[in-house]
Design a protein around this ligand. Structure first.
Ligand SMILES: C[S@@+](CC[C@H](N)C(=O)[O-])C[C@H]1O[C@@H](n2cnc3c(N)ncnc32)[C@H](O)[C@@H]1O
Length: 968
């Protein structure tokens, strides 16, 4: 997680862009909480993380495009397994004596005789409904159980006809025959439908005492709890239901979310009502005030101090205290407030300001503005607005209160009102006699900065960066002007532009901890860990009391899969500032991700304590509640919490789970599934059992590692082969079944589809070694040159051939092909920017070259037959590649050679193996035999991927495919 995005694009809840120096990280951490899917969170917390790890497909961003978002579940959930519970009951027959059987028969026959009823079925129906408890108890268990079922079925009929009272009666009688969780559960449904919620709860509780994992009963009880405003209980039940059901029921997940929000809102309101107003940590306040240019304050203080000195000769703290005690002088209180602000004693400053306002000090507008600021920091925006308005009334040319009012509107999402405030402030004439004062310049800079933050919100980055330039011109010493400009440039791209500004600015502000910190964030965003760490270390060195760089280091460590170090760093940040609303959320998040829910809870509670506004409190409370409800589940369902441990490595347990028809696919907080464990231990029997019972072959742990890799690392090659076969089998079946479902794959991917890609701008780097798309995905990169040379050599075994290349990119392969002096050299290219580039470079004039502009799919009718064909597009899927392979025999001469860029599953060695086999099989289907030659490559250096979003290649070997017609 990087904070940069939040620094550079403050969302509406950020007060100001300058304030973001403190809030950027906080915000990102909060966003983690606020935007995170609660279900994900609940699943994460605690030891039992039930994973929805989907299948991991291709991860290479090159052709063919990944379809990583396509998820397959493990074994599909059966939902409730009530039949299992009831059959367990029926086997519990107890001892039925001959006497009681005889007695029963006597009871039945005498009753029937009395009624004169004949016919077995009718007899049963009637007798079951009217037998007394004593009579029922006389019946043999087996018969009672059968009667219970008959009555339940009849109850179900009545229920379907919405005759709930009758249905409830039938279920009651069924229970009398044979208490069973389903009968209680069904009766509870009748009670729920007739709004008898307490009875519903009672029956569900009985059902759950018989079968604690009865999901329907949990849901029903939860709904009844909700109806009776018992939200906490409802939440516990919904949470248990979600976990037991693997979060497969969307309605329950939504209900859980709703209950969480409801509880958090209620508690949040209560907390806000009861809690004493409290200022944030001194560090937070200082950073906030600094963002309004402490110089302004200093100037005021000096001014007031000078005047006081002249008037009273009072200078020392003790003296001023005496005067404060003896004289009711507003100016002295104002001066004291300034002093206290300088000393970071903010509660005292606020008290002094209250007094200064009460006694109408000379700088009344400033005092009210400052008091409003503290009130705002306490979280009372309404009263703060009041103060800012009063300050403006008193001093209409006072810029800062306008800005502060605008920030509050921004925070509330009222953009138009915020603009109105800025416009008002801008009208204040900078050239009035006061306009020469430094303070006014500062105010105008701050104003500019705040306006810019609105541009960020509205996505007008270009305008923002222009304004930054202006604000820097106004005041070349305002370090945040440079920081924000750098971030804006970075966001606008290319990333180097942002880096250059940071580098330049660091020469001027080498002692600014903030500058180093944010430069570090930018580097972290680019995954340049070592350099980022270096910057954070400098920031720490320069400003020891700042928790922010520690937390940034912690997040970097966490990204690098080192949670222990991340935790340690957060601890350091908290030593620096125990109340930090940056370090506390980060710590809780890191702990949760490690499954340490109990400890995380302490920090989440601290987050609640230090939050300023109700919105923040509610967001944190939601997560505190989610964590608590998970702990509640773990306590109440230890058998499920332990299941993961018991699954591991024990054939009998696996068999038992399979017998119980339960899901064999779980994973712990590190994403380790039973298959991973079995593979690492070489337990082939378990591997087979798991695969046969729906465990996904391609589950990955949190590091993206497959179970097959665990097997290989431990020398279990047979198991690796078994998984390889399974992967191919499943993918081939899915390929056949899902083959036509291409659109879905494309749009789920979250990355640009081919059409999207072709309509968005591309960027060629100046040195011609990179082609990036609009999101900085690498379309083609210089490190592939040796591969392209080899491909060219393969498809052009000699001069004077007819060659077809699909996808020009950087023209690497085409440049190579030219060296073989082809007789014809046809290039299909679909992207307008690439085509323009080709024309600018005069490719249309090169010997033998014929450019066909368009998607290969649309221009097949313009093709001839060729001696060599190469295929390498972007933004396409395996299905597209496969479609092209079906066309190859139409355009390849009988002795010709076909090859393609092999980026299949290129971020994981096992997936790469699977997909190489699959593509080979598909090529065989069209009569082409494939040979792979292996080329060692190492594009792992950080510099290669600098500024590129995501590495599409992480393997050390490239398997270059050579395809020719099969000979029979
Ligand atoms: C990875 S680059 C090719 C790099 C090339 N092999 C080289 O040596 O530089 C992919 C190219 O395919 C083009 N492309 C993407 N989709 C296409 C399609 N459907 N038809 C034709 N060209 C396409 C892209 O615009 C891009 O220029």
């Amino acid at each position: 997680m990087s904070n940069l995005s939040t620094l550079s694009t403050p969302n509406v809840s950020n007060q100001t862009i300058v304030e973001n120096k403190e809030l950027s990280l906080l915000q990102s951490v909060k966003e983690f909480f606020v935007n995170r899917d609660l279900k994900f969170y609940v699943a994460l917390t605690g030891a039992l993380a039930i994973s929805g790890v989907g299948l991991y497909y291709y991860t290479a961003s090159k052709s063919p495009r990944p379809k990583s978002s396509k998820k397959k579940k493990g074994k599909s959930q059966k939902g409730t397994t009530r039949t299992a519970a009831s059959s367990a009951e029926t086997s519990h027959t107890g001892t039925t004596s001959v006497l009681s059987t005889y007695q029963n028969l006597t009871v039945q026959s005498s009753y029937l005789a009395a009624k004169g009823i004949r016919g077995k079925a009718i007899e049963e129906e009637i007798q079951y409904e009217i037998l007394s408890q004593a009579e029922i108890e006389e019946m043999p268990q087996e018969q009672r159980s059968k009667a219970g079922q008959v009555l339940k079925d009849r109850g179900n009929d009545a229920y379907r006809q919405r005759n709930y009272d009758r249905a409830a009666k039938l279920y009651t009688q069924a229970i009398a025959f044979h208490p069973n969780s389903v009968f209680y559960g069904n009766r509870a449904a009748c009670y729920f439908n007739t709004e008898q919620y307490h009875k519903t709860i009672e029956d569900c509780s009985k059902a759950l005492s018989l079968d604690p994992s009865y999901v329907k009963a949990l849901n029903r009880r939860a709904a009844a709890y909700e109806q009776t405003d018992q939200f906490q209980e409802a939440l516990y039940d919904y949470t248990a239901s979600c976990i037991l059901d693997n979060f497969s029921n969307e309605t329950t997940v939504a209900s859980m979310d709703r209950a969480l929000k409801m509880i958090a809102e209620i508690k949040g309101r209560e907390l806000m009502r009861d809690r004493k107003k409290r200022l944030p940590s001194p560090r937070f306040i200082k950073a906030y005030l600094d963002s309004y240019r402490n110089e302004t304050l200093q100037a005021l203080q000096e001014e007031s101090s000078d005047r006081d000195d002249e008037n009273t000769g009072i200078n020392a703290e003790n003296d001023s205290q005496n005067v404060l005690n003896s004289e009711e002088n507003g100016d002295l209180y104002y001066r004291r407030a300034c002093q206290k602000i300088q000393e970071c004693d903010y509660p005292e400053a606020l008290k002094a300001l209250e007094k200064a306002v009460e006694l109408k000090c000379t700088n009344l507008a400033q005092a009210i503005d400052m008091r409003g600021t503290f009130i705002y920091l306490e979280g009372d925006t309404e009263r703060a607005l009041n103060d800012f308005s009063k300050a403006i009334e008193l001093k209409p040319d006072f810029i800062r209160p306008y800005i502060k009012r605008a920030s509050i509107y921004m925070e509330r999402g009222n953009i138009s009102e915020a603009w109105r405030e800025f416009d008002e402030a801008i009208k204040i004439n900078p050239n009035d006699p006061d306009g020469t004062r430094q303070a006014i310049i500062f105010d105008r800079v701050i104003l500019a900065m705040h306006r810019i933050s609105l541009y960020f919100i509205t996505g007008e980055l270009q305008k923002a960066s222009e304004d930054y330039r202006k604000s820097i011109e106004l005041d070349g010493y305002f370090v945040f002007g440079y920081i924000q400009l750098a971030i804006a440039k970075y966001k606008l791209g290319p990333p180097e532009a942002g880096i250059d500004i940071f580098k330049e600015s660091l020469q001027r502000f080498s002692k600014s901890a903030d500058m180093h910190n944010y430069y570090g964030e930018l580097l972290l965003d680019l995954q340049r860990f070592d350099e980022a760490m270096e910057q954070f270390d400098i920031a720490i060195e320069l400003q020891k009391g700042n928790p922010l760089p520690y937390v940034n280091k912690a997040l970097a460590a966490f990204q690098r899969q080192d949670p222990a170090q991340a935790e340690e760093l957060c601890r350091k940040a908290l030593e620096v500032d125990p109340d930090s609303d940056v370090a506390n959320p980060a710590m809780s998040q890191i702990l949760i991700q490690q499954g340490k829910t109990e400890s995380a809870l302490t920090y989440i509670e601290k987050c609640v304590e230090v939050s300023r506004t109700e919105t923040e409190i509610v967001a944190h409370l939601q997560f505190a509640e989610a964590a608590k409800s998970h702990l509640h589940f773990a306590r109440n369902y230890p058998q499920f919490a332990d299941r993961l441990t018991s699954i591991r490595g024990d054939v009998q347990t696996i068999k038992k789970i399979i017998e119980q028809d339960e899901n064999v696919f779980y994973s712990d907080e590190n994403g380790i599934s039973p298959l991973h464990v079995a593979c690492s231990k070489g337990q082939s029997e378990i591997v087979s059992l798991l695969l046969e019972h729906g465990h996904p072959w391609n589950a990955i742990d949190v590091n993206g590692k497959t179970a097959a890799e665990y097997a290989k690392e431990n020398g279990y090659n047979e198991i690796y082969q078994r998984l390889l076969e399974e992967g191919c089998r499943v993918e081939l079946i899915l390929g056949v079944l899902g083959g036509k479902n291409q659109e879905e794959e494309k749009n789920n991917d979250g990355k640009p589809s081919n059409e999207d890609f072709l309509t968005r701008p591309l960027k060629y780097s100046e040195d011609g070694t990179r082609l990036l798309d609009y999101e900085n995905n690498g379309v083609m990169m210089g490190w592939e040159k040796p591969l392209m040379e080899k491909h060219a050599q393969i498809i052009c075994p000699r001069e004077n051939l007819g060659i077809l290349n699909i996808g020009f990119g950087l023209g690497l392969i085409d440049t190579e092909i030219q060296k073989y002096k082809p007789h014809t050299h046809t290039i299909i290219e679909a992207h307008p920017d690439v085509y323009k580039h080709m024309m600018a470079e005069g490719w249309h004039l090169k010997p033998g070259v014929k450019i066909i502009f368009g998607r290969w799919q649309d221009v097949l009718d313009q093709l001839d037959t060729y001696d060599g064909i190469f295929f390498d597009t972007f933004g396409e899927f395996y299905q597209d590649l496969r479609e092209f392979h079906e066309e190859v025999p139409n355009f390849l001469k009988s002795e010709g050679i076909y090859s393609f860029f092999n980026g299949l599953g290129a971020t994981n060695p096992f997936f790469h193996d699977v997909y190489c086999q699959i593509v080979e099989m598909h090529l065989a289907d069209v009569g082409l035999k494939t040979k792979f030659i292996e080329i060692k490559i190492d594009p792992s250096a950080d510099e290669i991927w600098n500024g590129v979003k995501g590495r599409y290649w992480t393997l050390d070997t490239y398997r270059l495919p050579i395809c020719e017609f099969m000979t029979f």
